[in-house]
Design a binder for this molecule. Structure first.
Ligand code: CA
Length: 415
């Protein structure tokens, strides 16, 4: 395990900061209504990379002037490594660059964060073993919990890039077609079983046009964000057969604002769990390609304090993002820079490590009691949900920053 790399930005050396020099996550920010610009988080500051490039202190062929990270990702692995090495050198304690760079630091508390990249397309998987088992048990019983394909194939569906929003964006409770098991006919109204899904998002940083191997897929992933796949369980239950989720998953998908690079997560690589069925060769992992990232979910009711609902870890995934991406290309499906892959809900084996309210409240049968004394089966209006995550090193953490959203009441229906 690598040690903390000390920085002359003193706040980056604190053991509880999400953004030590080892991290260097990329984001897009603005101050006082300025145009969004590219920056890197360091401690409680942002280094204004767009202005540094404009002033000739960095050269990325203008990619940092675009207000999003797609153009830089498209430059490829050599450019990724060069910028990271350059920033590490410049920000390290004793670099001698402090006087020249101080003026390029912006306090995070003075900045507004924006979408860090344009989401080209969005695919969401269903690749958490415990989540699939829990949901399957609720609907089909424990004997038939996992669909017959589940241990052989990372199941996914094509989502909507247009639904992806950055942390802090409010989410409006959806209206939709609802039909309970005892209803004669469907009706249209606000979802009563609105939920979260705790996931990681992998960002494709290099294009492919045809099948690629798991190793190639691993190399093509630029970085990761936290991802909340907001889900309307009641809309989903009525609409999902036979083609899968549609409007239930189209309201919003929230991501954390900083792209934590695969390079920063390198010391935290870990293997996927032991295979229960041997995978077909095109899905076998040649090396550990999952990451050890501690995750938690918190719920804050309006005017109340936060209750931590769940703690789990990304290493619970049965399939890594590299396996998912390789599978995604297996048909010849082209992938583009800025493609976002949701991992699937990350639940652990215990009750307090489940990544959705559907599982935590067992379909509403076992409501949760919050620290405020209120209970929850699903999300109520004006609840704020927060995902957090960090890879934990010796004396430092590679954090993602918050992934939050407040649920606003449903739009009023006519008549
Ligand atoms: Ca999902």
């Amino acid at each position: 395990m690598t040690d903390l790399i000390r920085s002359w930005v003193e706040s980056a050396n604190a053991p509880d900061t999400d953004f030590p020099l080892n991290n260097l996550p990329y984001g897009v920010f603005s101050t006082n209504g300025s145009d969004p610009r590219c920056g890197v988080a360091i401690g409680d500051q942002i280094l204004d990379l767009a202005r540094m490039e404009a002033d000739g202190l960095l050269t990325c062929d203008g990619a940092l002037q675009t207000g999003r990270w797609n153009a830089f990702m498209a430059q490829g692995k050599a450019a990724w490594a060069a910028l990271r090495a350059n920033l590490t050198d410049m920000l390290a304690e004793g670099s001698g660059r402090e006087a020249a760079l101080r003026g390029y630091l912006v306090a995070q508390s003075d900045a507004v964060l924006h979408m860090p990249f344009d989401v080209t397309e969005y695919t969401d998987f269903y690749a958490g073993r415990h989540h699939a088992f829990n949901v399957g048990t609720m609907f089909r019983g424990p004997e038939n919990a996992l669909p017959p394909n589940w241990l052989h194939i990372p199941i996914g569906y094509n989502g909507r890039a247009s639904s992806v929003v950055v942390s802090g964006t409010p989410v409006t409770r959806p209206n939709g077609q609802l039909k309970g098991p005892n209803d004669d006919a469907p009706r249209f109204g606000p979802s009563q079983r609105f939920d979260i899904e705790l996931e990681m998002g992998a960002i494709v940083g290099q294009p492919s046009n045809g099948p690629i191997s798991v190793a190639e897929a691993f190399d093509n992933i630029f970085g990761y964000v936290l991802l909340n796949d907001w889900s309307a369980r009641d809309i989903q239950a009525w609409e999902y057969q036979p083609l899968g989720p549609f409007q239930a998953k189209a309201t919003a998908t929230t991501i954390s604002p900083w792209i934590v690079t695969a390079a920063a997560l390198e010391p935290f690589r870990t293997s996927t769990p032991e295979r229960e069925k041997t995978l077909l060769p095109y899905l076998a992992e040649p090396a550990p390609m999952l990451y050890d990232i501690a995750l938690e979910v918190g719920l804050t009711p309006k005017g109340g304090s936060e209750t931590i609902l769940s703690r789990t870890n990304y290493r619970e995934m049965y399939y890594s993002a590299a396996q998912q991406l390789a599978h995604h290309t297996s048909s010849g499906c082209p992938m583009r820079v800025g493609d976002l892959l949701g991992s699937g809900t990350i639940s652990g084996p215990t009750k307090d490590s489940r990544g959705s309210l559907l599982e935590l409240s067992w379909g509403g049968k076992e409501p949760l009691t919050l620290d405020t004394g209120e209970t929850r089966s699903f999300i109520e209006d004006h609840d704020t949900l927060a995902l957090r995550g960090a890879a934990l090193g010796e004396g430092y953490r590679i954090g993602f920053g918050p992934c939050t959203g407040e649920l606003l009441p449903a739009r009023k229906l006519e008549g």
